[in-house]
Every structure is written in structure tokens, then in C-alpha cells.
Design a protein around this ligand. Structure first.
Ligand code: MRU
Length: 347
């Protein structure tokens, strides 16, 4: 269900094909790419046509449907084996967001269990279930997270965690959507989020589409914003949460949390259970994606750095659990996250 303050959808399945809103072109242009193979889906994930942990997982699930379609037609007797390269390509598309492997595991279970039934139909059902469950989880997290905001205030967010980054509604941006509707948020500050500018290009676009007031700032201004007493909460998403509550999220989340801690601003991380990786005991075990230097050295293809300079471009960082006030999931809120608090979500 799409409603007021919630009008954007980035991932759609129509007539046997996957349509992805090309997020590299936003906000200038709204163009959907039509994908017909798992290889094309893996490439779209790698190239950031679709991004954001839950959206990557959902796109990969539909990628498996396309893989099965192709394998059933090309190798009717050996379709399972024919899908293996596609599974591997999808799994390798991006390393940090654990939702990708989580979704592929769910799809593989269907592949393993299907007997004589049509695998494509069953896999499509599962992909659509993953997609719908994500939106439901986001709405529930929206309620739970908004309830933590006790009185009308301004909040700061980082990267894009909205409908563009999920099946719809969003994680951190879902909380913001809900809290704005409830009158608990007056204004949203959004870090521009160098180098991909997910805040400036995507979060600002999404909030403007949905009539929620947004004020952009460069990432380096966040600490000074907090020093003015301008925000009460930092609200962010996650790409992977370790068993002890350490959080991997867009580069810059850690420095924002350090600044928040210094200024007495509270930090809320909003993520579905599919983002929690109990096999990673702590943040040190989470793989951090390194992206090309050109993303830092150039802007939209135009060089901005001195020729000869090198760049360090980690796409994510780890925020230690000790800097986080609350992790909001669809199964409940973990305050001051600990290993036991995270484990209890799965009981
Ligand atoms: O590199 P991106 O744009 O995929 O990074 C996205 C983020 O870091 C988001 O904060 C995270 O995936 C949570 S999205 C609900």
C-alpha cells in the first residue's frame, strides 16, 4: 500500500521482468531499467543502479527468478546446476550488505526443496514474499522507532535509507516518515553523503516527493549542527549488524555517532532482522567494501582533485555498539545494544 508521505518504489516485478529505478540518474531523471537476466541484475547491483541493503537483497531474489527461467529453458533436465554461476555472480555483486546473502539463502532453500513443481513460479512467490515482508517490517519499525521520539524535534540522517533503499517505505527514513506524520519530527537534516551523494541526490529527492521538509548539509557540518543543539536524534540504517550490536553502515556513520556521543545526541539504528549477521561476532568480522578511487577524485566524471593524488574510498564503516542508543527492528527495540539483547530478537 502506497500512501501520503510514501510514494516512491524503486524495485518492481512486471510481466516476467525486473524493473529498477536507475538511482545513478536521480534526481535529474527518473528512468526504470528493464532487466531480463541474473547477470544483468548482478551488474546493476555492482554499478549502484539499485543500492541500499534491503533493496539489494530483494533485487537479487528476483535475479534468481530470472536465472531459473533461463536455466529451465536452456537445461530442462539439469536446471539446478545451470543456475550456479548466476547464484555466484549475484552473491559477489557487493560484499557488505548481508541482506544479499540472506535473500539468496532463502531462494536456494526453494531451489533445494522443489520437487516436480515449476521452480520459476515457486521462486517468484518467494521473491515477492521477501519484497512484501520487507515493506511490512519497515512499517512496523516506523511505528516502534517513532515512539522513541518523545517530543517534536529535528533529526539528522545519513545516506539514503528510504523507499529507494528497501522494498518500500524505508528503515531509518520509515521512522522519519512515520514520526513526521505523527507530528514528532519538525525538520529532517540530511548529510549529503560523499562520495555518492545518496543524501543530496536520493534522500532529499525522496523527502521532497513526499512533502517532508529536508535541509541538506555537507558531511563535515554534522558535528557543528549538533553543537548548536539543533538535533535530538541521529537516525540511520545498517548494512550489517554483528552479534554484539556493532553496525556497518555508510562511510561517515561512525564519525556522526562519535559526534553525537560528544554532544549528547541520541543515535537510533533502524534495520530488519535480515540485516543482522549472527555469524559475525563483532564489527571486525564484517567485510568493508572498498570502491574505486575515481569516486573521490572526480565528480560526475570531472576530475576535482590534484592530478597525481591517490584516494582512500571505503564505502562503509563500523559504529561500535557502545555509541548506539537503540537498534530498532521489526521484532522490537534493543536499547544500548548488547550480545544478549541482539540474541533475544531471534528467540
Ligand atoms: O552504498 P549504498 O548506497 O548501498 O549504502 C547504503 C547504506 O549504507 C544504507 O544506509 C543501508 O544500506 C541501509 S538502507 C535501508
Amino acid at each position: 500500500m502506497i500512501s501520503h508521505h510514501d510514494t516512491v518504489r524503486a524495485v518492481e516485478w512486471r510481466n516476467g521482468r525486473l524493473y529498477l529505478l536507475d538511482q545513478r540518474l536521480l534526481p535529474r531523471e527518473q528512468r526504470y531499467l528493464c532487466l531480463e537476466s541474473a547477470t544483468a541484475v548482478a551488474e546493476a547491483i555492482r554499478a549502484m543502479v539499485v543500492r541500499g541493503a534491503p533493496a539489494i537483497g530483494i533485487a537479487a531474489a528476483y535475479g534468481v527468478v530470472l536465472a531459473a527461467h533461463c536455466a529451465r529453458d536452456s537445461s530442462p533436465r539439469d536446471w539446478r546446476r545451470a543456475m550456479e554461476d548466476d547464484f555466484a555472480a549475484l552473491a559477489a555483486a557487493r560484499p557488505t550488505a548481508v541482506n544479499l546473502c540472506w535473500a539468496l539463502k532463502r531462494m536456494r532453500r526453494i531451489v533445494d526443496d522443489v520437487a516436480d513443481a515449476d521452480p520459476v513460479a515457486l521462486l517468484l512467490q518467494e521473491a515477492q514474499r521477501i519484497h512484501e515482508e520487507d515493506i511490512c517490517a519497515n512499517r512496523r519499525m516506523g511505528e516502534l522507532g517513532a515512539a522513541l521520539i518523545e517530543h517534536p524535534c529535528a533529526v539528522l540522517t545519513h545516506c539514503n535509507t528510504g523507499s529507494l533503499a528497501t522494498g518500500g517505505y524505508g528503515t531509518a527514513l520509515g521512522v522519519i516518515r512515520r514520526a513526521f506524520s505523527d507530528g514528532r519530527i519538525r525538520n529532517v537534516y540530511a548529510d549529503e553523503t560523499r562520495p555518492w551523494l545518496q543524501g543530496a541526490r536520493l534522500t532529499a529527492w525522496e523527502l521532497v516527493q513526499d512533502d517532508i521538509p529536508v535541509t541538506l548539509l555537507v558531511d563535515g557540518a554534522a558535528a557543528w549542527l549538533m553543537a548548536q543543539g539543533a538535533v535530538e536524534w541521529v537516525i540511520v540504517g545498517a548494512d550489517r549488524i554483528a552479534a554484539n550490536g556493532d553496525v556497518a553502515n555508510k562511510i561517515g556513520t561512525y564519525s556522526t555517532a562519535v559526534s553525537a556521543h560528544h554532544h549528547g545526541v541520541k543515535v537510533m539504528v533502524v534495520a530488519p532482522l535480515s540485516t543482522i549477521d549472527l555469524s559475525a561476532p563483532d564489527g571486525e568480522e564484517i567485510p568493508i567494501e572498498q570502491r574505486p578511487q575515481e569516486e573521490v577524485l572526480a565528480l560526475e566524471g570531472h576530475s576535482v582533485a590534484a592530478a597525481g593524488a591517490a584516494a582512500w574510498n571505503p564505502s562503509f564503516d563500523i559504529t561500535p555498539a557502545g555509541l548506539i542508543d537503540a537498534i530498532v527492528t521489526e521484532k522490537g527495540v534493543v536499547r544500548h545494544p548488547t550480545r544478549a539483547g541482539i540474541a533475544a530478537l531471534f528467540e
